[in-house]
Design a protein. Structure first.
Length: 302
C-alpha cells in the first residue's frame, strides 16, 4: 500500500470519526397566542431578535391563535402584514405554525379560514403550515404539529389520531416533540383539558384530554401548547413533559392548581416567549419577557 493511500485512508477515518462525534444541536423559540398586532407583539418580536442574535435560533414554533379575533380572510388580508410579517420582519428563519380556535373564525366555525393559513405557506418564505397537521424533522429532533381545535371539538379526531400514532411509532428521532394550541395541563384560566359538553352529548369521550393520554403520553418527550396566555413548565406527567408558552402578545393570570406542580410559573406573567436548545441528549429551556429579560432557565439530560 502506498504512503499516499495510507494517508488518504487515515484522513477519511479521521473525518468519519469527527463526524460521528459532532454534536447535534437544534435551537428554536416557541410562542403562541401572538396574533394581536399590538405594541406588545412588536416588542416581543424585537426581544426574540435580541435573544436569537446572541444565542442562535433555527426556527420558531408558532402555537396558534395566530390572528385575533377571527382568523384571516384571504392571502392578501392586511393582517398578514400587521400581525405577522411586520412584527417579525427582522427574523430570518421559518415559523412552523399550528391553528388555534380563533383561527377558525367566528362561531359557527368558518372552516375555510384555516386553509388560507395553509396556502400562505406557498407565498411566504417565513410562514410554514403545509397542512392542518403535519410533521418535520431537524437533525435529531422530530416535531409533530396538531390541529387541536378539531381534536377538542371531536371533528376529524380519529383520522388525526391515527396519523400521529403512526408518525410517532415510525420516527427514528432521538427527541420527539408535539406542538398544539390547546393545553393538556395548565395553571392558567383554561385549566386542564377535559371532555367538554359537546363531547359528552355525542357520547364520544374524546377531546384533548383523551387524545393526549391515548396518543402522546409516554410516546413524545415534550408537548408544547399555548391557549393560556402565560408561561409555564409543568412537572412531567404520564411520561411526557408539558410546556405552556402562550404569552406571545397578551398575558393572563396564573391560577395554581393542587394537582399541577409547576417547575416554573409566575403570578404576574409578562408577554414573552421560550428559547430552547436541544444539544445531543440535553434539553435546555429558557423563558424570556418581551424586553429580553431572562425569567427562568432549566436543563434536563436523559
Amino acid at each position: 500500500m502506498s504512503i499516499t493511500r495510507t494517508v488518504s485512508l487515515a484522513l477519511i477515518t479521521f473525518i468519519l470519526a469527527a463526524a460521528a462525534q459532532a454534536e447535534s444541536v437544534v435551537r428554536f423559540v416557541a410562542l403562541g397566542d401572538a396574533g394581536e398586532g399590538n405594541a406588545a407583539q412588536y416588542q416581543n418580536g424585537a426581544a426574540i431578535e435580541q435573544v436569537c442574535s446572541l444565542k442562535g435560533c433555527d426556527f420558531a414554533l408558532y402555537l396558534g391563535d395566530n390572528f385575533y379575533d377571527d382568523g384571516v380572510n384571504s392571502l392578501d388580508d392586511p393582517q398578514w402584514q400587521t400581525k405577522f410579517e411586520q412584527p417579525y420582519a427582522n427574523l430570518d428563519f421559518p415559523f412552523y405554525a399550528v391553528l388555534g380556535n380563533h383561527d377558525y373564525g367566528s362561531w359557527p366555525w368558518e372552516f375555510w379560514k384555516p386553509w388560507v393559513q395553509v396556502y400562505y405557506t406557498y407565498v411566504s418564505p417565513k410562514w410554514t403550515m403545509p397542512n392542518l397537521y403535519y410533521n418535520f424533522r431537524k437533525a435529531h429532533v422530530e416535531f409533530f404539529a396538531l390541529d387541536s381545535t378539531t381534536i377538542e371539538k371531536i371533528v376529524s379526531y380519529d383520522e388525526q389520531q391515527a396519523w400521529l400514532s403512526q408518525a410517532l411509532a415510525a420516527s427514528t428521532a432521538e427527541w420527539k416533540i408535539v406542538l398544539a394550541h390547546h393545553q393538556y395541563i395548565s395553571n392558567g384560566s383554561h385549566g386542564n383539558a377535559s371532555c367538554d359538553l359537546l363531547c359528552l352529548l355525542f357520547l364520544e369521550g374524546k377531546g384533548v384530554k383523551r387524545f393526549v393520554e391515548d396518543t402522546v403520553c409516554g410516546k413524545a418527550d415534550y408537548y408544547f401548547s399555548g391557549h393560556d396566555h402565560n408561561q409555564q413548565w409543568l412537572q412531567p406527567r404520564c411520561g411526557t413533559e408539558f410546556i405552556v408558552t402562550g404569552a406571545g402578545s397578551r398575558a393572563s393570570r396564573f391560577v395554581p392548581r393542587a394537582d399541577n406542580n409547576p417547575v416554573y410559573g409566575a403570578d404576574d406573567t409578562l408577554v414573552g416567549f421560550m428559547w430552547v436548545e436541544i444539544r445531543d441528549n440535553t434539553f435546555t429551556g429558557e423563558f424570556y419577557d418581551l424586553y429580553g429579560n431572562l425569567l427562568f432557565t432549566r436543563s434536563y439530560s436523559r
